[in-house]
Design a protein around this ligand. Structure first.
Ligand code: ZN
Length: 497
């Protein structure tokens, strides 16, 4: 049909511009010389402006209008029209001045936050955070919401999720996590993580991490790994997926599990349907689904005993001096130590979600106006004490630790815990579908799992909203129960509960 073809052509241009921006952003985080920052910001703003203009053009609007009425569209084409209309409508709802004001405020806030964090001083950052919250309130009003403005921000990251639905899930999850944590803290089983806290050569760390990524089925002919201050994964096409990592000087874990995490994201991007890659349909379903892929590989697979039955001898061969006296069992326990800590990105699988619940509660209060920005540091410290029993000695290790708020990314944090919840549910189903999955993992055979995920999740792109995608993949609506079962079984064994 002529109309669809015209639409595909126009969407292809939008996608190419977006991919070019993403490449410039990747370069900015990896190789760009520092003096290029101002010029790069301009280049990115120009490209974003052109892409926005194209996406919101009356031409696309008219095509969508005609296609919404059209008969005889295939299921994929109907999904394409629906998802394109969603992007088009969303982009049109936000006035240009608001988008520009937000971009400016974000870039200023990010700059101030970097210095505020370094100096561990919240006050200079406070007015910027207030401004971002005010602008995001305005964004929410333009986008529309079910009950409260914060709903619009959650929905923006996880289509179909609301404050109420996330709060209901967290209300079931939190008591389970707290009771498991109490039991672990009461356990007399000692865990010593010092064996992974030696000095490990960077090159050898890269080699090993890439071996694991290859075993996972990550295609290094369609992707690469570089260094950056903050690890991330970005993709310009399923045939061009970039991973980055950083290195712990005296700790094996940040780079090793960081690369596996990002490679999990990368497998999702490489597994998207190439036939639709220049359209919204060929994009990931949501941040929560994306995070489910990284966490499934990082935690459920790569922090499991079967995985290390295969990989520990190889790791030991690379780092003979450091790991010579360490047994598989000691190593497995060291990488799974549970201990309440201050920093979210360093948290273990049990306490991690308490960090998220804390942020979710504070964001809700900030957007409801029941918490003022100036009172945020003390509210943060109180809740750290309440949820984790630790008190940050400084704002640097407390309220200033994450970049998200400085980027205006409110409603983003809940997707991390949704990712953990989806990951456990997907893996539980994969275990039922793939006989001998764990025995295979213990032989280093990881691609059957990758193929199962590719079929059920990756290739679906944006055909279904996240909750529906999980239900189609697993036969069950999203639930906290598989995740709780997984944590109880794993840490029950480790801590002999
Ligand atoms: Zn991630």
């Amino acid at each position: 049909m002529q109309t669809i073809e015209t639409l595909l052509e126009l969407l292809g241009e939008v996608q190419d511009l977006t991919a070019a921006s993403a490449l410039l952003e990747w370069d900015q985080e990896t190789y760009m010389p520092p003096k290029a920052a101002a010029a790069r910001a301009q280049q990115l703003a120009s490209l974003a402006g052109i892409a926005h203009e194209k996406l919101t053009s009356p031409e696309i609007g008219a095509l969508l209008g005609r296609l919404r009425e059209a008969r005889g569209l295939s299921e994929d084409e109907q999904a394409l029209v629906r998802e394109t209309a969603r992007d088009h409508d969303r982009a049109r709802k936000l006035p240009r001045e608001l988008v520009q004001a937000l971009a400016r405020a974000q870039s200023e806030a990010l700059h101030v936050w970097t210095e505020a964090k370094q100096a561990s001083r919240f006050e200079p950052f406070a007015p910027h955070l207030e401004r971002l919250i005010a602008l995001k309130q305005e964004v929410a009003r333009h986008l529309g919401f079910a009950e409260v403005p914060y709903d619009a921000l959650i929905d923006d990251h996880e289509l179909g999720a609301t404050t109420r639905s996330v709060a209901a899930l967290f209300a079931k999850l939190a008591p389970e996590l707290v009771s498991l944590l109490r039991a672990i803290q009461a356990s007399p089983v000692p865990i010593d993580a010092r064996c992974v806290q030696a000095s490990f050569a960077e090159d050898a760390q890269i080699e090993f991490a890439l071996d694991v990524a290859r075993a996972m089925g990550f295609d290094l002919e369609a992707g690469r790994l570089d260094r950056s201050a903050h690890p991330f994964c970005t993709a310009f096409h399923p045939t061009d997926v970039r991973l980055t990592t950083r290195f712990g000087e005296h700790d094996l874990r940040p780079a090793l599990f960081g690369v596996i995490h990002e490679a999990g994201h990368g497998l999702y991007e490489q597994g998207l349907d190439v036939a639709w890659s220049r359209t919204p349909l060929g994009h990931p379903a949501s941040l929560g689904i994306h995070e489910s892929q990284s966490r499934l590989w990082e935690n459920i697979v790569a922090r499991s005993l079967p995985f290390w039955r295969h990989f520990f001898p190889k790791l030991k061969a690379k780092f003979a001096a450091q790991l010579e006296p360490v047994t598989l069992e000691q190593f497995y326990r060291a990488i799974n130590q549970v201990r309440p800590s201050l920093i979210r990105v360093e948290a273990d699988e049990v306490t991690y979600n308490l960090h998220i619940i804390l942020r979710f509660e504070l964001e809700q209060q900030l957007f409801a106006g029941t918490l003022q920005v100036r009172d945020l540091p003390s509210a943060w410290n109180r809740r750290m004490q309440q949820w984790l029993g630790v008190e940050p000695p400084s704002d640097k290790e407390g309220v200033l630790q994450d970049i998200h708020w400085a980027m205006g990314a409110f409603g983003y944090f809940p997707t991390y815990t949704l990712g953990n919840v989806y990951a456990a549910q997907l893996f539980e189903r994969a275990q039922q579908d793939l006989a001998g999955l764990e025995q295979g993992i213990a032989r280093g055979e990881l691609t059957p799992l990758r193929d199962w995920l590719r079929e059920r999740v990756h290739r679906q792109g944006r055909r279904y909203p996240p909750a529906q995608l999980i239900e189609r993949a697993t036969g069950q609506a999203p639930s906290h129960e598989p995740f709780v079962r997984y944590l109880r079984a794993k840490f029950g064994a480790i801590y002999r509960l």
